[in-house]
Write a protein that binds this ligand. Structure first.
Ligand code: C6P
Length: 406
């Protein structure tokens, strides 16, 4: 990306001007959460200052304004990911909540003892633990696609795991640790041949690549707004209408009902059946600002810029003695995890922080993957559309200094 364009983009993110211990902030923890452009924060503020009323409840002016904005945001999300209609977009609290919704509601209704769920060894805990609940409650069998040394999934093993007992396959589109982008379309086709439904965890992919749920063939797809330049507290579950229609509600309360009586309660239509309680209608509208911002920049520009950053980062990191990068998948997003010799990942993260460089350290909520690579933790640098090559230089210089200290 041209430097002048990049500096305009950076000026949209006021937080990037922060100083940390007298160093300019270098924010390389984007896989945990991205920073927010000014337009998103302004939408949040404007909604609270000018447009705040509970949605779907009031006949009054403000409630109608808020409802219209919230439902428009839903339509924009549907269009953004190629859903057939707004009825397929359930607003949740985040990707974790979305995955729990599928596991709980679909699992509760359609899975029984001995049925099989397939996940992969590179999953985030959010795509493991909800399925383990079903293991405990219902005797569902959890099967795991192994990760190979290069950080790709073993697709032969995947094929062998599929059986006529497979009911669900739930896999990350992109690993939050290795950056590996999985061949979801092919994996979906195989799952469908076996008669299973496919859940895509798109928490890490949507910030970096356009997603079309029809093209992927996904039955369900989950993500968080806060990783896509949007606010915290908002997530999305896309679900094919016919599946959502068949599923029982996830939680009970206001919003999700048609009629309540002590004799019999009936539920609202899609997607409200799955949205008990007051939704974060301010957050959803701010999320639609984030999506508009992404569209304005254009995924093609984001992808080109991030690919350039990744190539540069790999070149720089490979120059550092004893630095080991985990995974080398040919298809990978803007995330790189590594260790340096025997230096503890936490020490590296803490020392980088003193230089103003924010990275994540630890198990990255992917303990099985850490076990796979026989480590307790890793250091992770993850990039976004506003990062620069000079920030990568600062990271590499910082790492060289740290290596010398031990
Ligand atoms: N990963 C990371 O630093 P929530 O916390 O609900 O917004 O997203 C959960 C989640 C699900 N799947 C994947 C692949 C993820 O990476 C995450 C969140 C962050 O890697 C925070 S742990």
């Amino acid at each position: 990306m041209d430097n002048s364009i990049l500096s305009v983009i950076r000026s949209d993110f006021p937080i990037l001007q922060t100083e940390v211990y007298r160093h300019p902030l270098i924010y390389l923890d984007n896989a945990a959460t991205t920073q927010k452009p000014r337009c998103v924060v302004e939408t949040l503020t404007k909604s609270y200052l000018e447009n705040n009323a509970n949605v779907h409840r009031g006949v009054h002016y403000l409630s109608q304004l808020a409802t219209e904005a919230h439902e428009k945001a839903r339509k924009e999300v549907a269009d953004f990911i190629g859903a057939s209609s707004e009825r397929e977009i359930v607003f949740t609290r985040g990707c974790t909540d979305s995955l729990n919704l599928v596991a709980s509601a679909y699992g509760e209704a359609f899975l029984k003892e001995g049925d099989e769920v397939i996940v992969s060894e590179m999953e985030h805990h959010s795509n493991i633990v909800p399925w383990q609940f079903l293991q405990e409650k219902k005797g569902v069998v959890l099967k795991v696609i192994p990760v190979q040394d290069d950080g790709t999934l073993d697709l032969q093993a995947y094929k062998a795991l599929l059986s006529d007992r497979t009911r669900i396959v739930s896999v990350a589109h992109m690993s939050n640790v290795l950056g590996t982008v999985n061949p979801i379309r092919d994996m979906v086709a195989l799952a469908h041949e076996a008669g299973a439904v496919f859940v895509v965890d798109a928490a890490q992919s949507l910030p970096h690549m356009p997603i079309d749920v029809q093209e992927l063939g996904a039955d369900f797809l989950a993500f968080s707004a806060h990783k896509v330049y949007g606010p915290t507290g908002v997530g999305v579950l896309f679900g094919r209408e016919e599946l959502l229609e068949k599923m029982p509600p996830y939680q009970g309360g206001g919003e999700m009902i048609a009629h309540v009586s002590f004799k019999r309660t009936t539920y609202d239509k899609l997607p409200y059946k799955f949205e008990a309680g007051t939704p974060d209608y301010v957050g959803t509208v701010a999320f639609s600002s984030a999506l508009a911002y992404l569209k304005k920049i254009g995924y093609e520009n984001i992808q080109a810029h991030e690919a350039e950053l990744m190539t540069y980062a790999m070149e720089q990191l490979k120059e550092i003695d004893d630095l080991h990068i985990y995974g080398s998948a040919p298809e990978r997003g803007a995330v790189v995890s590594f260790n340096i010799g025997k230096i503890h990942h936490l020490d590296i993260g803490t020392l980088l922080d003193r230089l103003g460089i924010a990275v994540r350290t630890g198990h990255h909520c992917a303990e099985p993957l850490m076990n796979r690579f026989s480590v307790e933790g890793m250091v992770r640098a993850s990039f976004a559309l506003y990062n620069t090559k000079s920030e990568i230089d600062a990271l590499a210089n910082g790492l060289r200094r740290i290596r010398k200290m031990f």
